[in-house]
Design a protein around this ligand. Structure first.
Ligand SMILES: O=C(O)CCC(=O)C(=O)O
Ligand SMILES: [Fe+2]
Length: 261
């Protein structure tokens, strides 16, 4: 975990000319660096954030698109992505046990897309003027988040923003919107945001597992008593509704696919 965090801290210190090769707002680019959000040109406010993201699975398909600097990048990040994927499957199997689904229910198409997304926030002279990341819920299946030793992540609970505690080497697990749908509304997908820090640089590593574009998402049959809470959809259909108007509005997207009572 420390090696990977150090690799990313070094990556962001590399000269701008090297990092510029990765700069893109094209969602179809599998490895890209951007500032604020992907909707940079249309968003109402900009956010105090640089983000570096790339696909990790299948490794052989993507590793050549990754940076080769710092020199150990590919070695360290490939091990990290393999181990975090294994950990995510263990957590998903515990979830299966908890809600009453067969082991391995989420394996295959429902979790094929595996992305690493690293946020980097340089010190912000006036944190009251901007956020490091907008208020949002993760649209994917499940997320693992490794924080560094600088606070910033907050979740919304009972109308109040609560800072997520920093525990060295602890990993934050965030249930995504697809887990809410597949569990037929048993899971809460937390609303969260990132605030900036006036003095310290903050770097976090997120590992996102999500459905493949072709998988059909619907509430798992064993968890439906009478009517499913949501109708079936594909992940691209969901993302299109979620990002409509550059809003990333979870309630809007969920309501769009919710079966009315
Ligand atoms: O950087 C963080 O603490 C949170 C990141 C996050 O919420 C996200 O990437 O979706
Ligand atoms: Fe998030």
């Amino acid at each position: 975990m420390d090696d990977t965090m150090n690799i990313y801290k070094e990556f962001f210190k590399l000269p701008g000319e090297y990092k510029a090769k990765f700069y893109s707002n094209d969602i179809n680019k599998s490895c890209r660096l951007c500032s604020s959000t992907l909707a940079y040109d249309t968003e109402e406010f900009h956010y105090w954030r640089d983000n570096f993201t790339h696909h990790c699975y299948p490794l052989e398909e993507y590793i050549m698109t990754w940076p080769n600097k710092p020199t150990k990048y590919r070695e360290v990040v490939s091990e990290y992505s393999i181990e975090t994927r294994k950990l995510l499957y263990k957590i998903l199997d515990m979830i299966c046990k908890g809600v009453g689904l067969e082991k391995g229910y989420f394996e295959g198409e429902l979790s094929k897309t595996n992305v690493i997304s690293v946020n980097h926030h340089i010190p912000c002279p006036n944190p009251s003027l901007t956020l490091g990341m907008p208020v949002h819920s993760d649209p994917n299946l499940i997320t693992l988040l490794q924080q560094c030793d600088v606070p910033g992540l907050q979740i919304l609970k009972d109308g109040k923003w609560i800072g997520v505690q920093l525990i060295p080497h602890a990993i934050v697990v965030i249930p995504g919107l697809q887990l809410k749908v597949i569990s037929n509304d048993r899971f809460i997908t937390p609303v969260h945001r990132v605030v900036t820090h006036a003095k310290e640089v903050r770097t976090t590593i997120g590992v996102f597992l999500g459905p493949s574009p072709k998988s059909l998402i619907k509430p798992a049959t064993p968890l439906v008593r009478t009517e499913p809470e949501f109708r079936a959809f594909t992940y691209p259909e969901f993302l299109k509704t979620f990002t409509a108007g550059a809003k990333c509005d979870a309630q809007f997207a969920l309501n769009h696919f919710r079966n009315k009572a």
